[in-house]
Design a protein around this ligand. Structure first.
Ligand code: SF4
Length: 218
């Protein structure tokens, strides 16, 4: 992909989402970390619905002392893997109540917490500290491959590649705009290609249309 095309993509996403920011509900950094942990394989909508109630009783890491693991589970019941997530949130809070979230200020340190993966850590640092990183989940991985910014087989591989290709100063902004783009436009099953101004440079769009034309001519 040429530098011009990358610029074109960044500018288009900025135009689509001029006020891009996380859609997760939280009132402090601790709650944001918990919300990101909960959002694995779950929509932000579902997470927010649970957290509007859960965060009333769960404002800081010490609140785990007041709640049994089972009662945390009750608050999370509507989200995927709620039992596992409740257990890991419980363990993470045990550590945070002793050591303080401020001490977990790097990707490596955050990953020592339970159920905090490289993507979780990057999303958290990007939002709270404006750290120039890009959290790669399956969706961001899909969009970057569709556009051929990368040509990779897994989110982890994309994670390694993407920061070599994109400029550091673009990553914080892209972190937010890419999430909104996959959520509302470049959807997994039915991407809204007809409305998309990137179709001229999109590998996925070219491939799909090529296949359609071939089958039409057969
Ligand atoms: S043309 Fe379609 S597949 Fe390509 S980036 Fe736009 S919405 Fe996604």
């Amino acid at each position: 992909m040429t530098k011009e095309n990358i610029k074109l993509i960044i500018n288009y996403l900025d135009k689509l989402f001029p006020d891009a920011k996380t859609e997760l509900y939280y009132e402090n950094e601790f709650q944001l970390l918990i919300a990101i942990i909960m959002s694995a394989q779950t929509t932000d909508k579902q997470v927010n619905k649970a957290n509007k109630v859960f965060f009333k009783v769960f404002e800081n890491p010490n609140d785990w002392l007041k709640l049994w693991q089972n009662s945390i589970q009750n608050y999370l019941k509507t989200i995927w893997f709620y039992k596992t997530k409740a257990k890991n949130i419980y363990r993470t809070c045990e550590i945070l109540s002793k050591n303080g979230l401020n001490n977990f200020d790097t990707i490596e340190k955050l990953q020592t917490l339970y159920w905090v993966w490289i993507k979780t850590a990057k999303v958290f640092l990007s939002i709270t500290k404006n750290t120039q990183v890009l959290g790669i989940d399956t969706h961001v991985h899909r969009v970057l491959n569709r556009l051929w910014i990368v040509k990779t087989k897994s989110p982890l591989e994309t994670d390694k590649k993407v920061e070599e290709i994109l400029k550091k100063e673009d990553l914080v902004r892209l972190h937010h705009t890419l999430i909104l783009f996959w959520r509302y436009n470049c959807i997994a099953r039915n991407p809204k290609c007809d409305l998309c101004e990137l179709k001229q440079i999109c590998r996925y769009y070219k491939e799909v249309n090529l296949t359609k034309n071939i089958s039409k001519n057969q």
